[in-house]
Design a protein around this ligand. Structure first.
Ligand code: ADP
Length: 405
């Protein structure tokens, strides 16, 4: 089955055309810094994946997807000669709330429920829904599936997923921790088990997905038992533009003092905080690392805070698990930044996580996973390149085949 995977983020669009029978990618696409003047869309086709990059200033996420479809349909190098050669579309959706505990085929009923989930991930679900709507219009006969980032975390126990608020809010509004990045954490855990040569059910793993958004999950015997993201992907780590966890009283305090609305406050916490808020100029880790190397004090402070919060989360989950065999690093920062990994694990050696600085000197390469701790490290440290798109393609194929069959 040929599955077009659509992974719409807040400022990125990742897409792959995947032939699920042979588990091969036929096309890879990445649009970055979407919405900015320097936004780009890079597309490459099998077999040699020579990247062609198009400037896409000011385009929205669905606009970028439309441009990709036009190129797929018309480019002489494209692996398909028309969009009718796409058998199914697999969409990554961040938040499924309690409406979706597994992947779902998108029909009118499922589409309505997706709207109810938008509040839970205001940066991610709306662009994903917009892409789904556009594809339903353009390719109405092609089945579409939504694969949810929250599904992996449905195994969390009540002590982890409930908040210490009056229970009426859970009863009335289902306010609880849902987590996110589940597809990535599940995949990273399985890849780490393969790398360690042991069954996932025997292992205790701490998986760290560090990208624009970031979350850490305690994966005990293959099941998510706790994760840093919560009711929405705003909780937990300090992120590119999101604050992560802060004292909730700060929110009402600022709103009163500044006389600002709920929507404005929401935007400050989701879009103006985190690394961007502290550095004052960018939420992109590459920019901030470069500035810090040049002596930019606020950039250095932002990195220091970012690292410290990751260290505290890893330490917390070490305590939450019955055993810890490995810490797994994945996503943009986790896979690519040797410098940040070194800073993170420099503070964790006393817990038995001992980095080998030479082995750490690597950047992510799709399909290549590595152990970067010293041989005697009691807890291994792994780098796993995340392949969320392949997992989404496989889940899409499973669901569509079951329905067709
Ligand atoms: P998303 O959360 O949108 O899926 P990614 O997982 O692609 O994002 O991660 C994007 C982040 O990874 C950005 O902050 C980017 O700067 C960072 N990143 C990518 N490559 C590197 C690198 N070589 N060094 C440091 N940070 C990097």
């Amino acid at each position: 089955m040929r599955v077009l995977v659509v992974n719409a983020g807040s400022s990125t669009l990742k897409s792959q055309l995947i032939e699920t029978d042979g588990k091969v990618s036929l096309m890879r696409c990445l649009a970055e810094r979407i919405g900015d003047a320097d936004a780009t869309l890079s597309i490459s086709f099998a077999p040699d994946f020579q990247k062609v990059t198009y400037p896409v200033p000011g385009l929205s996420v669905p606009d970028c997807l439309k441009k990709l479809l036009d190129i797929l349909a018309d480019d002489p190098e494209s692996p398909i000669s028309g969009l009718d050669q796409i058998d199914a579309i697999g969409n990554r959706v961040v938040a499924g709330g309690e409406h979706f505990s597994k992947a779902a085929l998108i029909d009118d009923g499922a589409r309505e429920k997706l709207t109810l989930c938008e509040d839970l991930a205001p940066l991610h679900n709306p662009p994903a829904d917009a892409c789904i709507d556009m594809m339903r219009q353009l390719m109405p006969d092609t089945p579409q599936v939504a694969v949810f980032d929250t599904a992996f975390h449905t195994t969390m126990p009540a002590k982890a997923y409930l908040y210490p608020l009056p229970m009426e809010y859970y009863d009335k509004y289902r306010i609880r921790r849902y987590g996110a990045h589940g597809t990535s954490h599940r995949y990273a855990a399985q890849q780490a088990a393969n790398l360690l040569g042991r069954p996932l059910r025997d292992l205790g793993l701490i998986t760290c997905h560090l990208g624009n958004g970031g979350s850490i999950t305690a994966v005990n015997h293959g099941r998510s038992i706790d994760t840093t993201m919560g009711f929405t992907p705003l909780e937990g780590l300090m992120m590119g533009t999101r604050s992560g966890s802060i004292d909730p009283a700060i929110i009402t305090y600022i709103m009163r003092r500044e006389g600002i609305s709920f929507d404005e406050m929401d935007s400050i916490l989701n879009r103006e905080s985190g690394i961007l808020g502290v550095s004052g100029f960018s939420g992109d880790m590459r920019d901030v690392l470069e500035a810090a190397a040049g002596g930019h004090e606020r950039a250095e402070l932002a990195i220091d805070m970012y690292v410290y919060r990751i260290q505290k989360a890893i330490g917390g989950f070490y305590a939450a698990m019955t055993r810890t065999d490995a810490v797994v690093m994945t996503a943009g920062v986790g896979e690519n930044s040797a410098e940040l990994r070194e800073r993170i694990f420099d503070g964790l050696a006393h817990m038995g996580m001992i980095l080998d600085k030479k082995r750490n000197d690597v950047t992510g390469e799709i399909g290549v996973n590595r152990i970067i701790s010293i041989d005697d490290s009691p807890i291994k440290i792994c780098v796993v390149t995340t392949d969320e798109e392949m997992r989404i393609a496989r889940e899409t194929d499973d669901l569509v085949s079951r329905i067709d069959g």
